[in-house]
Write a protein that binds this ligand. Structure first.
Ligand code: GDP
Length: 198
């Protein structure tokens, strides 16, 4: 699939106010600075559809983008940044969990993980939450250009071990990506396309 149109529709902090249109929906979420905005911009061939920023925690809303007039790409707030209050964290958490637990159009959540890092507790907890809530998800490893191909495979294998040790029977479907060199773009878009074409 090639993305030919990507249109911002709405931002909100209330899952019930997301668009009513019954289009399949794919959500992107991860820790702040994981490379989510860069990935969304890469996938959609936009320089600045999602705001790329050095400052963690800037996108704090549910952002809907309509893609090719036939599916929604949803940019969810980054989690796990230190500089917000506990209260703010709880509020975010509530609308994100509301979104995951009520959004019928949601086909797949993509959980972004920086391929360079060891498995982080917060990501493993989040993956477990999705599993318990019955939300279909895939893992997207980001920033693969920052390490070599061999190291990337080693890190994914190490990640898999952690996921299995964390109670999963198998490693969820995953993609290795780089927004800098386009690695993984085709695989991800094909994956989405195949589901949409059903
Ligand atoms: P977000 O907070 O998750 O939206 O992360 P951003 O997309 O704003 O990226 C955070 C930082 O990582 C920025 O400085 C990006 O330029 C950098 N970055 C993101 N993706 C990649 C990538 O695939 N390769 C490299 N080398 N840098 C990346």
């Amino acid at each position: 699939m090639k993305i030919t149109s990507a249109e911002f529709i709405i931002s909100n902090s209330d899952a019930s106010k997301c668009p009513n249109e019954p289009l399949p929906e794919y959500a992107f979420i991860g820790r702040s600075n994981v490379g989510k905005s860069s990935l969304i911009n890469m996938l959609t061939n936009h320089k600045n559809l999602a705001k790329t920023s050095g400052k963690p925690g800037k996108t704090q809303l549910i952002n809907h983008f309509k893609i090719n007039q036939n599916w929604f790409l949803v940019d969810l707030p980054g989690y796990g940044y230190a500089r917000v209050s506990k209260k703010t964290k709880e509020t975010f958490q509530k609308f994100i969990t509301d979104y995951f637990e009520t959004r019928e159009q949601l086909v797949c959540a993509f959980v972004l993980i920086d391929i360079r890092l060891e498995a982080q507790k917060i990501d493993l907890e989040f993956i477990n939450y999705l599993g318990e809530a019955g939300v279909p998800f895939c893992i997207i490893f980001t920033k693969a250009d920052k390490i070599g191909k061999v190291k990337a495979q080693q890190n994914v294998a190490a990640y898999k071990k952690k996921v299995l040790a964390n109670g999963w029977e198998e490693m969820p479907q995953h993609f290795i990506t780089s927004s800098s060199d386009g690695t993984g773009k085709e695989s991800l878009l094909t994956f989405i396309d195949q589901i949409n074409e059903g």
